[in-house]
Design a protein around this ligand. Structure first.
Ligand SMILES: [Zn+2]
Length: 720
């Protein structure tokens, strides 16, 4: 119930552009959705192009109508005779109404992110707020809970997806406190409200933390010339103001300032942001989380948070991160040692050590000296349309699909594209996707896939096929050049489109299990795996070519250098990630009730132990936004990375590598189609054909051969 199919949890990678431009990508749009209706009917499915609201008033009324309709259905569940409850009249009815209300919310959410009309966006934003407030309250409809519990109490003989639906619905209620006696339930509700308020304070203290630091030009020696010319930097005769809280400014100084004193000064200020405000707030949040977990019968908040994820327990998440931390130690040590040698040479102090304020600088020097890849020059190989067509060709081939451009009856922008996805073998239409690819004022400014209509078996027995949208911000074409993507853009496109396919090909019966509605520590893994595709020459050569002369492909040595550069910093990158994951889990470990927390005393030693020496006055956690929202969840990034590497081995060992159709079809059948209708661990292992292993991940990041583990041979380095 909690996430309600609302694509607020849209999957995204962060990159920002902002500009306005309308581009003509018009190609032949011969077909319409009607041309697929006969095939859909044959498969007993429904295809739906959303009926988009066009005025703020209808946006507003659509949300109100959706809520009223859902409330009426909740009433129906609540007032039924408890002696006659059935699976259909309780849990399925709840999934049905949640799904249906979610359809409206999803559509309004797209309007909020993509409408070209500010009044529409505002109306949609308000609508989403109203919807979310209402959705939270569903958990606390006692009449509905009683009906569902009455059904659960009949101990029905269910299996598979049905059994999972009942169990997880009851689990949600238990997690919300509904299974507690009234007094305790009220207390949990109150604690949650207090926690939500503190969370809001924590976030706004981060947003409001501003720290200007004035340097002289000499102190900033080493920074690129254009840095000094940026607006707001030069603030006096020999005064340059760096905002420690503005990420690009902080990073530019840390990566380039030759003076260690400068790097350290800015780092200390940065890692102490929101110290006075957020240290007490976080300590209090930890107290409340711990209390909630204990009231609900969990040993810790980390156990509570991980219960619904793949990890299932704090111990599993912790062990995983621990194993990876240990596994990566030799690579991390080797990288730090190389940085140390550079620092020793530069400072003429053989005992110089790499501190937290040094690694970015020496890593940058290393990259410049060893791997001279000009990222900007690579763009000529990635004209947008060629990349899109190339990606389509690859995904159609490996997943056994066919994409056809169709007419969109309503377009919020001229260059909006709509495609039908069908099964290549049977011609069964599977769903549709919109592409809204370029930036404009007021549009969502990252890259993400949004569900609009999720897959679901409808009450009338027909299957609703999904419709999704990709909202991206690729560089628009200019007067003399087409849209030319960076390599990172290409990687993002392959990633986001993976989410779209995960949603579209679904076969799950219930809305809450369909498509990308899988545990949060898994959802990114298949898309992270697909990012590998764009680091391989064989794949790149199928579409990447100089737009001025398509006979020119990316030279092999350039691709090798790009891979080498990525690998050369993986130890430092991941150990830092593991330090964050570990401190996040440790903060949410079992803790005696009514004992105060000292979040800094818990977290600072972990940063030093797993990553690099810090300055003891800093309070990294006071500015670590993930601690509200991704609390006890940061481990999920590395968790998904390791699964992604593990899954990639199936392709790497296959005959055609990343272009292998058998492997692609297996991913579609075993991972994408079931979604969360069965435990994702089962899906992963069915796809792998073996138990999971972290060894491929360690191999990928340069830890060498498999260590006497009964895992298949590691991929050859060049197949990475
Ligand atoms: Zn993603």
């Amino acid at each position: 119930m909690k996430c309600f199919y609302l694509s607020i949890f849209a999957r995204c990678l962060a990159l920002i552009f902002a500009s306005v431009l309308i581009v003509d990508l018009s190609a032949a749009e011969s077909k319409s959705v009607d041309d697929f209706n006969a095939a859909a009917a044959k498969a007993n499915t429904i295809l739906t192009i959303p009926d988009w609201q066009r005025t703020p008033e209808t946006v507003d009324s659509s949300i109100k109508d959706a809520i009223a309709k859902a409330n009426a259905k909740l009433d129906q569940i609540g007032k039924q005779d408890l002696g006659k409850v059935t699976f259909k009249s309780t849990v399925v009815a709840l999934d049905d109404l949640s799904y249906e209300a979610g359809l409206t919310a999803n559509k309004v959410n797209i309007i909020k992110e993509a409408s070209t009309d500010a009044a529409m966006r505002t109306a949609a934003e308000n609508g989403i707020k109203v919807f979310q407030d209402w959705a939270v309250g569903i958990d606390y409809r006692e009449d509905v809970y009683k009906a569902i519990k009455a059904f659960a109490d009949t101990h029905p003989k269910l299996s598979g997806e049905d059994e999972k639906l009942l169990n997880e619905t009851m689990r949600d209620y238990r997690r919300a406190g509904l299974a507690l006696p009234p007094e305790k339930r009220k207390e949990v509700e109150q604690l949650r409200k207090d926690l939500a308020k503190l969370g809001t304070d924590f976030d706004s203290n981060i947003v409001n933390a501003k720290a200007p630091v004035v340097f002289t030009k000499a102190e900033l020696d080493g920074l690129p010339d254009d840095f000094f010319a940026k607006p707001g930097i030069k603030t006096g005769d020999d005064a340059y103001t760096v905002m420690a809280n503005v990420t690009w400014q902080f990073i530019t100084v840390e990566e380039n300032a030759k003076s260690e004193a400068t790097r350290k000064k800015l780092y200390v200020i940065h890692d102490s942001l929101a110290k006075d405000t957020n240290v007490p707030v976080l300590n209090q949040m930890l107290v409340l989380r711990n209390k909630i977990a204990l009231r609900l019968g969990y040993k810790s908040w980390a156990d509570y948070q991980t219960e619904t994820r793949m990890a299932k327990s704090a111990a599993n998440a912790g062990k995983y991160i621990n194993d990876l931390t240990t596994g990566i130690q030799p690579k991390f040590a080797a990288e730090v040692s190389e940085l140390q040698k550079m620092k020793a040479a530069e400072t003429k102090d053989p005992a110089a050590k790499i501190d937290t304020w040094d690694w970015r600088y020496y890593q940058n020097q290393l990259n410049k000296q060893k791997f001279t890849v000009d990222k900007e020059a690579l763009r000529v190989y990635f004209p947008f349309q060629k990349v899109l067509d190339g990606m389509f060709a690859i995904y159609q081939n490996i997943f056994g699909l066919k994409f056809e451009k169709i007419t969109a009856p309503y377009k919020w922008i001229d260059d909006l594209q709509l495609y039908m996805v069908s099964d290549a073998a049977s011609a069964e239409p599977l769903g549709m996707f919109y592409l809204d690819m370029f930036p404009r004022d007021g549009k969502f400014n990252h890259f993400a896939e949004f569900d609009i209509i999720g897959g679901k078996l409808l009450p009338d027995g027909k299957y609703q096929r999904p419709t999704v949208a990709l909202l991206c911000n690729f560089p628009p074409p200019t007067a003399d050049k087409p849209s030319l993507l960076s390599h990172q853009d290409v990687e993002t496109l392959f990633h986001e489109f993976g989410h779209a396919l995960h949603s579209i090909v679904t076969r799950a019966k219930f809305g809450r299990f369909a498509g990308t509605n899988v545990p949060r520590d898994f959802v990114e893994a298949p898309s992270q795996m697909l990012q590998n595709w764009v680091w391989e020459k064989k794949v790149l050569d199928t579409f990447a070519a100089d737009y001025r002369d398509s006979s020119k492909k990316i030279p092999a040595d350039v691709i090798k250098k790009m891979n080498d550069a990525k690998l050369a910093t993986a130890g430092v990158f991941y150990r830092r990630q593991f330090a964050f994951a570990t401190l996040d889990l440790t903060l949410h470990d079992p803790h005696p009730e009514n004992t105060p927390y000292d979040c800094v005393a818990i977290s600072n030693p972990i940063l030093e132990k797993i990553f690099l020496p810090i300055d003891p006055s800093t309070t990294f956690v006071s500015y670590f936004g993930h601690l509200n929202g991704y609390d006890a969840g940061y481990y999920g990034y590395a968790w998904a990375d390791a699964i992604a590497a593990d899954m990639a081995t199936v392709f790497e060992k296959a005959k055609e590598g990343y272009l292998d159709k058998q492997a692609g079809l297996r991913l579609r059948r075993e991972v994408y189609e079931p979604g969360d209708s069965r435990d994702v661990t089962i899906s992963i292992e069915k796809f792998l054909g073996r138990k999971q292993s972290v060894q491929p991940f360690l191999t990928r990041i340069g830890i060498g051969e498999a260590k006497k583990k009964p895992v298949p041979a590691p991929p050859a380095p060049e197949a990475r």
